[in-house]
Design a protein around this ligand. Sequence first.
Ligand SMILES: [Zn+2]
Ligand SMILES: [Zn+2]
Length: 510
Amino acid sequence: MKNKFFRMKFFLNFKIRDWKKAQSFCFLTFFFWIITGICFSAQPQKSKEPVLKIGLVKNLGEIDIKIPFGGDLRDIYGRKAKIFKNGDDFHWSLSAEVAFLNQQAKSKNRKQKKFEGFIGKKFYIISRGPLTFKGKSYQGIFLLFFKNEGVQIINFVRLEDYTKGVLRGEIGSLAPIETLKTQAILARTYGMANLKKHGSDGFDLCASEHCQVYLGASAERPSITQAVDSTRGIVMGYGSQLASPMYHSTCGGYTTSNDEVYGGKAVPYLRRVKCDYCSKGINYRWTRLIPNDLLKKRLASEKIFFNRIYSATVESPAQLDRVKNVVIVTDRGRFSVKGTTFRRIFSLPSSTFMVSGLSEDNSKLALRADLQVPLASKQGKTSFEIIPVLADLSKINGKDPAGFIIASRNGLKRIARPKGGWKVIIAGVQSNFSRKSIPEKGLDIKSPGRVLLNKGQSTGEALLRIIGRGYGHQIGMCQSGAIEQGKLNWSYRRILPFYYHGVCLMRLRY
Ligand SMILES: [Zn+2]
Ligand SMILES: [Zn+2]
């Protein structure tokens, strides 16, 4: 009461002439509050560990979730709908529920308590330990959203558990420990920087490559646990902000700036970096051969139609650099396909490549070869019999072979490459060749016969030979390079700034 009275008195005694004093008092108070507020917020505060919502599946017609440690099923108001004992299963099927509801609607027993069904509702499965779904175990809680199309599962998981569930799918558990720590910091930072990436779908991140591959608790390994635990809460920042990192498998010599790949604003820490640490990796350089048939089929999906391709070139700033467009000249005209589109439709490892030209599809030529053998005719003229042959091309590997094995009905024979190439292959047959006298051991190459390769069959069977570098979008850290740096005992404090210039490390306290 005394205090209240005092405050009232102070208020009543307040006069207009004190207004200026009051103004400066208010200003000072406000200023003090701002300053202390800033200082206070600059202090690392201990808070709750963030929980991420990871979309596991959607539109599933049937689910079977194992609850090894028991728990319960709760509605969105927290009311328990079902209690699970250790080892219980939760099974649900859309068709079974629909059938049951239909049957119930027809039933005349109105006094019987009606089953309302799950469709249109959300339930949580809360357990004392990991939940198992499709053979994988997951930490945290499952949110099940039952819809007419099926059920959606969202895994509510703490940031550190999420990070542990990401490492195996993104880099494996066998990388050097410092590389794993680097990847843990990136996975954690990516998770925090991309909350609401799938906001319209009702969760934060998906569990696939689109966001980060998340395999749950089953994917944890001692090395992963060690890497995540020893970097607990550490995230990468730029200035005072959380960085939004990107990383990829292999850069193939140098990484790429973010705007060169996706356009948009240039991010200062996602610039091109020279990296030869990945040169031992399998995707440092790669080759792909695209047969004409596949070329036609896949480009038809981009509304490009032709029968034969005459030439292919790439538009890129330098050799083996990011391809802006692939230009193809065909019997139906000239077409330009975006480098990223070309990469997608032919599943190329990256969009940094060059076209080394067209080459003939030797496998197809050889497989269609016919062996033409002379037969003595009654009139003394020579006639020919055509025997289809098969070529064993398993050792060719896309290179123009110096020779190959023909498996005819007469046995196996190695055929050397003729000077003029593979269009006509000289083979040999015995001069007294007849069907009945074919030797078991095969053909005699001393007496020439001919393996004819129909020219009409070989044309149009062109292969587009593509040579490229790197695997992935090539922005940010090159994982193959970081693995080699880890082997050289580089710490994560050295690996991260190598790929992301000007970044700092921050620790979330929880
Ligand atoms: Zn995603
Ligand atoms: Zn690299």
